[in-house]
Design a protein around this ligand. Structure first.
Ligand code: ATP
Length: 577
């Protein structure tokens, strides 16, 4: 399964939305650029007048005055250009920031099942490589394209006003440039798209290999992974080389094409002067206009190329938005803490159920251990109970409301999944805590840390809550990272917790101190413990035995042992060690 890719219409609609959102600033930039463009066309016009006046026999004083005026005009034009460029760059940065913020917002709310199905590599490629590819376009393209558009339009209008006849020469290059682009684009656009996908593939493979380095080492997969990376790199090399070759050809041909109007203007102008249709001054002005247009026309093709190459990346960035949500939250609010599971089924792949109609009623405040052999569906069921995956069929309700009808803020105050992976995010201790509740104040954070006995080591950090931790900051031990995660749970304050192997990866000493913290975090909450060691089950109020995606036994430890069923034999064999 791949993440969707946006079509041309969606890209235009999204870009149009961005432009609309910044229309005020855009209009401001446009006014400044128009001013700069008018100053730009004045110079050739003045030169033409000077030539005509000199021919007619003017005074040196007149020429001197005109030249001083021209210098002032150029200075004003330069100042306007600077302001326009500055404002356009600021605008570019704003639009790019908005694009990134929107993407982060979308990505952080993607249904987990979609991300898992598509693989994290694809998403990573879109949020890194594709964003990098469009950033040049958005940050610099906006200002450059606006400058080009205003310069070309104003210059052509001025040329038509100066000499409609000679202005025709200005457009002779249009069909030539058009033909070049028609040759170039259909050949390169598909390679841009393939290139974007190949880069995403490369980052996915590299990321997966680094992430799973231990597995790669253990299974001696290094050579296979290296060969896989080589394949990706070779494909990128092939596409990039093709793209570079096409650009070399295009640039060479364009260099000649943009010279056509300048040469032609001088030739046709000379002929028109000879025929008495125009003056040397007008031809001077028109030749200078043709010369001035050379750069912008060249640049337009550069930006058309950039737009095409960015379009492939934009299609992938905006495509993330097209993922269907796996739930539609409503305003419904639970009327109690009881959780009720009815007929829950789940399939990672269509038609292959790993849960086959599970029923369960949880009693508020109880501890329920779920035990069973590996692959029985315990973790999958835990994710249903925490509202992470909506069930394929059936329902999981809290206080009479389906978990998937609750919006994220409400859901995390009801039930939270605690896994064995506790990532420390780069940032301060406080920012790590505020992931649980953005508005938490310092007092609440200290209370939460104290609740899991983590306040002492946080106080001992150089800047307390404001100490930077994680990669690049002060490294935290696995136990500290897990305590931080538990403190986050205290901040979220859900009434129910699903624990999936919460302490199994710890070394025994760390595990004991952590279990104290865990015990403190669990106090007063309903707990569903996915138990991989049966003493967790022994201490629980009730035990559910899961086999092949079904709960086959449910009751207190002693009752189940006495009943002599599956649990009794599991318990016996576990006790034997
Ligand atoms: N992301 C996934 N994609 C596809 N199949 C999956 C995925 N996760 C689990 N499964 C499959 O679903 C079934 C139930 O797995 P689950 O992890 O829920 O069992 P478990 O009882 O928690 O096992 P364990 O104790 O080994 O963690 C297994 O057959 C497993 O291979």
């Amino acid at each position: 399964m791949k993440l969707p890719i946006a079509d041309g219409r969606t890209i235009r609609r999204r870009l149009g939305g961005l432009v609309l959102a910044y229309r005020g600033q855009l209009a401001g930039v446009l006014v400044l650029q128009l001013g700069a463009a008018f100053a730009g066309i004045a110079l050739p016009w003045v030169m033409g007048r000077v030539v005509d006046q000199i021919q007619a026999g003017t005074t040196l004083e007149w020429v001197r005055r005109v030249m001083i005026g021209t210098v002032v005009l150029v200075a004003v034009g330069a100042a306007l250009s600077f302001l326009a460029e500055y404002q356009a760059r600021v605008l570019g940065e704003r639009v790019f920031a908005k694009l990134r913020e929107d993407l982060v917002e979308t990505v952080t709310h993607l249904p987990l099942s979609t991300v898992e199905g598509a693989g994290t590599g694809d998403l990573l490629g879109r949020t890194t490589h594709d964003v990098e590819r469009v950033q040049f376009m958005v940050r610099q393209g906006i200002s450059s394209i606006m400058v080009l558009a205003t310069t070309i339009v104003v210059t052509v209008v001025a040329a038509v006003a100066t000499s409609p006849l000679l202005a025709v020469v200005l457009v002779v290059e249009v069909p030539v440039v058009g033909a070049l682009m028609r040759w170039y684009l259909p050949r390169t656009v598909p390679s841009y798209r393939a290139g974007a996908a190949a880069w995403a593939d490369l980052s996915g493979v590299a990321n997966e290999t680094i992430d799973q380095a231990e597995t790669v080492d253990a299974a001696r997969l290094a050579d296979l992974r290296a060969a896989r990376l080589d394949r990706s790199i070779r494909e990128i090399w092939r596409l990039e080389r093709y793209g570079a070759w096409m650009r070399v050809v295009l640039v060479g041909c364009l260099g000649l094409a943009v010279l056509i109007p300048v040469l032609l203007m001088a030739l046709v102008g000379a002929w028109a002067i000879g025929a008495g249709w125009t003056t040397l001054g007008v031809v001077t002005t028109m030749t200078l206009y043709a010369y001035q247009l050379r750069g912008p026309v060249w640049e337009v093709t550069f930006w058309v190329d950039q737009i095409q190459s960015s379009e492939a990346s934009l299609a992938r960035i905006f495509g993330v938005d097209l993922v269907d949500p796996d739930r539609e939250p409503t305003d419904a609010r639970p009327s109690g803490r009881e959780m009720r599971v009815r007929g829950v089924r789940y399939a990672y792949r269509a038609g292959e159920d790993v849960l086959h109609g599970v029923d369960l009623d949880l009693r508020p405040g109880e501890t329920l251990a779920i035990v069973g052999p590996s692959g029985a569906g315990k973790s999958t069921f835990g994710r249903m109970l925490a509202g992470i995956h909506p069930p394929t069929a059936g329902s999981v309700e809290v206080g009479g409301v389906e978990l998937t009808d609750l919006d994220e803020d409400v859901l995390q105050r009801q039930v939270v999944l605690v896994t064995q992976e506790h990532h420390v995010f780069v940032g301060t201790v406080a920012s790590n805590m505020r992931l649980a509740r953005a508005g938490a104040d310092t007092g609440e954070m200290w209370d939460a840390l104290a609740a899991v006995e983590a306040d002492q080591w946080v106080r001992a950090l150089p800047d307390g809550l404001d100490t930077r931790v994680g990669a690049g900051g002060i490294p935290l031990s696995p136990a500290q990272a897990q305590q931080l995660a538990l403190a986050r749970i205290v901040l979220m304050d859900p009434h129910t917790l699903v624990l999936d192997e919460a302490t199994s990866l710890m070394d025994p000493t760390a595990a004991r101190s952590l279990e104290r913290s865990l015990g403190l975090a669990l106090r007063g909450r309903t707990v569903i413990a996915i138990a991989h060691r049966l003493y967790t089950a022994h201490d629980a109020d009730r035990v559910a035995v899961m086999m092949d995606g079904r709960i086959v036994e449910l009751g207190a430890h002693d009752e189940l042992v006495a009943a002599g069923g599956e649990y009794a034999s599991l318990w016996k064999s576990w006790q034997r060690g």
